[in-house]
Design a protein around this ligand. Structure first.
Ligand code: F3S
Length: 644
């Protein structure tokens, strides 16, 4: 049939639409995952869908983001998620069990199945040949309720890996190289599928580092075949029964292809403030480092941690460096403790953090003002660390560990970590996974005072009129739109509170302006809404009365989140018109929306007495959502979740 791995899985799961370029297809979802910062909303939405139990093969609710408990808010959210999960047939991963993607890869992911997660790094499980896609919480709630998930038939990019990595160069450098080539905008509507002779040298955790950070390309997902290496990993996890071989056909047809010679790659760093701002570490001279943070869903596997421990053994970190390490899961931490590697880290001066997202999401460990932090994470957007003036460099665990010792950004070219490889048997103990309720067991869902309902939306009105309440540049991230830090994360289930901080890094007056003028429009640049799957970046503007976002282009997940919540995502026919519109210009869209079919609208600038053409590039299914004022309204209106 000449199919790629991704195409095989899609064809196996397609329930609506035609598998052809540009066409929208609906796919059946086998598994879902949520994390706590997006999960509360997803479960509030699920409760509104009128089902008794989830319809997926397996659904997981992880607690890994909001684990600081400085007040009762996080604990209240955890209790809500734990009880709602038990009631609806969802497995609950307690705080301390680890980062959702790391745990899912270890214990639940199955090759050949589909996974939809309310976290943009869900593609991590592409490392074991799953079609794993990040989405907004509402899409995940619909999937749990048995509905299909819709994507545009993606192009498949063949990434052929040849040659062998040099010492001190790792999987992180491979994905940084791909980011250097494709940039944060280069993956939209694409699946990056890896193949080639070098795959035999890449273990599942290394593959998962690559698929994880493929999210930064803006890609639909990334995937590796399910092969002997996958089998070895699943066997070591005691899950060999989950193995199924999935290889691309020899004559598989790809839409694009690149070849990367691993032997040519040097240790790389993504410089401030974008994951695609990639240069060779050896070209970055005399960068004094204040903080080194090792962990996150990208680089917290056992092998990553063992390499770090090996580099730190019998060394002391530099006087001016704070080194923090978060092992990715309880399994990883347990094994590090058992094999002595943890002692090597502690002895060198590392501070060991809980197995959770931690500093990656700004949950503690914000760098000093103007400080330099090296992180093995996946994102270095301005302010994400909790310190707007800090410079964050994204690097491999090897670069991070060596630099923690020298105190300067240092290339690890001469280290030999070849003795460290994936174990043949992982330590298996799932006692922090709480199973769903048994048949007939009564469960009370507990909602503390921090859990507020999500904003209500109304069907689309004929005339949309209002002011441009904010004008932002290209590559605005969901971190800009709805910041996420230790102070705000506890309020992820409280949109009225969160909305006060909407666009704070760009324009702190935006919320008060939006309230004063009772809503209006957002003017955005290219790739608007890149970054996380955070639905709150649509919900907070919705709460503040935003009717439409007019941008040069949108990031995939954010565009869907806007549509799901009844906000129009409009793009300029002529991008230059962006320059013509200013903050506080009065805008109107008076089309009675009769052109919703063609997608073209006339946007009137009443202040400047000008007109611009804008495009609403949506499918007929999305059109119904927009007209109903969002997906939840549509589901209620039709009493139909979809899915077959
Ligand atoms: Fe968590 Fe950071 Fe990954 S917030 S899920 S470790 S991107």
């Amino acid at each position: 049939m000449n199919l790629t791995v991704a195409q095989k899985i899609i064809k196996d799961h397609i329930v609506s639409g035609e598998f052809k370029k540009e066409s929208e297809i609906g796919i059946r979802i086998d598994q879902t995952l949520t994390q706590d910062s997006t999960g509360t909303m997803a479960y509030l939405q699920l409760e509104n869908m009128g089902i008794d139990k989830v319809k997926t093969k397996k659904s997981l609710a992880y607690i890994d983001h909001n684990i600081l408990q400085a007040g009762p808010e996080n604990a209240d959210d955890h209790l809500y998620i734990q009880t709602v999960a038990k009631k609806y047939g969802i497995y609950f991963s307690k705080p301390g069990n680890g980062i959702c993607h790391q745990v899912h890869l270890e214990r639940f992911g199955v090759p050949g199945q589909t996974l939809l997660g309310s976290d943009s790094h869900t593609p991590t499980c592409g490392g074991i040949g799953m079609l794993a896609i990040g989405a907004g919480g509402l899409d995940v709630a619909v999937a749990m309720a048995g509905g299909e998930y819709y994507i545009k038939t993606p192009d498949v990019v063949k990434v052929e890996l040849v040659g062998k990595l040099n010492k001190g160069v790792s999987a992180k450098d491979i994905i940084l190289e791909v980011l250097r080539i494709y940039t944060v905008k280069g993956g939209v509507n694409k699946i990056f599928e890896y193949c080639g002779e070098a795959l035999k040298y890449l273990s599942v955790p290394q593959r998962a580092t690559i698929t994880n950070m493929g999210a930064e390309l803006g890609a639909t997902t990334s995937i590796f075949p399910s092969d002997k290496v996958t089998y070895e990993f699943l066997k070591a996890q005691g899950r060999e029964d989950d193995y199924v071989e999935i290889l691309a056909d020899e004559e598989a047809i790809y839409d694009e292809s690149i070849v990367i010679d691993l032997a040519e790659i040097k240790p790389l760093a993504a410089c401030p403030h974008s994951p695609d701002n990639v240069v060779n570490v050896c070209e970055l001279k005399d960068i004094k480092v204040n903080q080194v943070a090792i962990g996150s869903c990208t680089n917290s596997s056992l092998v990553d941690m063992m390499k770090v421990a090996e580099i730190l053994e019998n060394k002391t970190i530099a006087e001016h460096v704070s080194l923090v390490i978060s092992p990715g899961s309880k399994q990883v931490l347990n094994m590090l403790a058992a094999n002595g590697a943890l002692a090597k880290m502690v002895s060198a001066g590392a501070r060991i953090l809980e197995s959770a997202c931690g500093p990656c999401i700004g949950m503690g460990q914000a760098p000093s003002t103007g400080g330099v932090s090296l992180r093995t994470f996946n994102r270095n957007f301005k302010g994400r660390s909790g310190t707007t003036s800090a410079d964050i460099y994204i690097v491999s665990p090897e670069v991070a560990a060596v630099s923690a010792i020298t105190g300067y950004l240092t290339s690890p070219e001469n280290i030999d970590d070849s003795k460290i490889s994936m174990p043949h048997k992982f330590l298996i103990n799932d006692n922090l996974i709480v199973p769903p309720a048994k048949e007939g067991e009564e469960i009370d869902v507990i909602k503390g005072p921090n859990i507020k309902d999500f904003p209500k939306t109304e069907p689309l009105k004929d005339i949309l009129k209002g002011k441009i309440l904010i004008k932002v540049e290209d590559n605005i991230t969901t971190d800009h739109i709805m910041p996420s830090n230790a102070k705000l994360l506890p309020y992820r289930s409280n949109i009225p509170y969160l909305s006060e901080y909407c666009f704070k890094p760009c324009d702190p007056d935006f919320p008060s302006r939006a309230k004063e003028f009772k809503g209006g429009f957002i003017l955005g640049g290219a790739n608007y809404g890149q970054g996380s799957s955070r639905e709150h970046a649509a919900l907070a503007p919705l709460y503040l009365g935003i009717k439409a976002v007019i941008a040069k282009s949108f990031a995939r997940i954010h565009k869907q989140n806007l549509i799901n919540n009844g906000i129009l995502p409009l793009t300029f026919k002529n991008e230059k018109d962006y320059d013509d519109i200013d903050l506080m210009d009065e805008i109107s869209l008076e089309d009675n929306f009769k052109n919703l079919d063609t997608g073209l609208f006339v946007l009137k600038n009443l202040t400047k007495n000008k007109e611009y053409e804008v495009n609403l590039d949506i499918t007929s299914r999305q059109k119904k959502m927009i007209l109903a004022g969002g997906l939840l309204n549509l589901i209620k209106q039709n009493n139909d979740i979809g899915g077959k």
